[in-house]
Design a binder for this molecule. Structure first.
Ligand code: PLP
Length: 391
């Protein structure tokens, strides 16, 4: 039977690689999973007060459809959070989604036409390219400097009459780079000059180590900023699927999206109600798990970076999120980064993700390691990697 051509460009290396893992597991051997950024799979658990809010909501029979744009109390709490970070946003400009993933899908669906170009930092989180392609658009990677700042000259050289949006992911997945205030302002200025949307993903806003996190709202002024954020990472609610879109309320240029994104929200009825009730508690309740998590992650990051550098693998220190993205010296032993990752898996049981899955231009020749696991597991993984490299 005929299938649509649209889906051909859709890829998600982080999960696509598990096909190889399944084959490996079928041989009866265990795997150390360093491929998926899910803290709840390790020793970071959903805080009790958030779990209780979900259970209580279900028990009270709050199990019906809610407003398509989201539960009013949650939209209010989101306004409080994002205003504090500097964004000018009112409740009407908040749409609750089933994870940032759905928010990104709705955003790309609303702005991408066939052949339009979407600029994204290289390397980028794969769904940015997949959704842009799915809607007929073309992802265009722009370069970052060695210190993680965007290369503005490169970005400018890639803007054409087909460009529609610039994506910012800060802290970034897979590099953990955090854009400083000046870089964010420069990106906003370029977007304003060329009439481009700014899609800004701040899902790791609370997971920052040594540098200062600046929200896009601090520099957005009246630029057409679409902010994406959610509860998966900082509130440890990955499996519950809750996120949101905030449109910059100061931007008149977002008038079209104010009509169109709610249409997409209505056609999929609503996002999960009991989870939204729990998300209110996540934002309003105790926050003490966050500094504890960030403290543990800092130690794990330092450990992994030290071990990698000790093996002679060049690895920049990530300033946020929970990934490292080292370069591989492929030599003659491996054809490319995917071959390296599969060979590493087959010889050691350590599952990582090939860098080219995060963009061919700037991701190739790297691999991504998730450093969420406890140190004993990371130590075992690093020992296996070291033996593999020295074989
Ligand atoms: C940058 C970025 N955005 C979005 C997501 C997905 O978020 P959600 O679980 O809210 O769909 C991830 C998950 O790894 C991510 O790294």
């Amino acid at each position: 039977m005929k299938v649509s051509d649209r889906t051909h460009g859709v890829e998600y290396a982080i999960r696509d690689i598990t096909t190889y893992a399944r084959k490996y597991r079928a041989t009866g051997k265990d795997i150390i999973y360093l491929n998926i950024g899910d803290p709840v799979k390790f020793d970071f658990k959903t805080p009790d007060h958030i779990k209780k809010a979900l259970i209580d909501a279900v028990t009270r029979d709050e199990n019906y459809y809610t407003d398509s744009e989201g539960l009013p109390e949650l939209r209010e709490a989101i306004v409080d959070k994002e205003s504090e970070k500097g964004l000018d946003v009112t409740e009407e400009d908040v749409i609750v989604t089933n994870g940032v993933s759905e928010g990104l899908d709705m955003t790309m669906a609303s702005i991408v036409d066939p052949n339009t170009e979407v600029l994204m930092p290289g390397p980028y989180y794969p769904p940015y390219a997949s959704y842009a392609k799915f809607y007929g658009g073309k992802p265009v990677e722009f370069k970052l400097h060695q210190d993680g700042r965007p290369d503005l000259e490169d970005l400018r050289s890639k803007i054409t009459h087909r460009s529609r949006a610039i994506c910012i992911i800060s802290p970034n997945n897979p590099t953990g780079e955090v854009f400083d205030r000046k870089s964010l302002r420069q990106l906003i200025d370029i977007a304003t000059e060329h009439d481009l949307y700014v899609i800004c993903d701040e899902i790791y806003d609370k997971i920052v180590f040594d540098s200062q996190f600046t929200g896009i709202g601090k520099v957005a002024k009246d630029a057409p900023v679409i902010l994406l954020n959610g509860f998966s990472k900082a509130y440890l609610m990955t499996g519950w699927r809750c996120g949101y879109i905030c449109l910059n309320s100061r931007s008149k240029k977002l008038a079209g999206l104010r009509e169109d994104i709610p249409k997409l929200a209505r056609v999929r009825i609503a996002s999960n109600l009991p989870v939204q009730i729990a998300a209110v508690q996540a934002l309003k309740g105790p926050q003490s798990h966050i500094p504890r998590m960030v403290g543990k992650l800092r130690e794990r990051r330092d450990y992994v970076v030290k071990r990698l550098n000790g093996m002679g693998i060049h690895c920049k220190v990530p300033h946020g999120a929970f990934y490292v993205f080292p370069k591989i010296d492929l030599g003659t032993r491996w054809r490319d980064d995917q071959h390296f990752v599969i060979d590493l898996l087959n010889n050691t049981g350590v599952l990582t993700v090939h860098g080219s899955g995060f963009g061919a231009t700037y991701g190739s020749g790297h691999f991504r390691i998730v450093y969420l696991p406890p140190e004993e597991m990371l130590e075992e993984a690093m020992d296996r990697l070291e033996r593999f490299l020295h074989k």
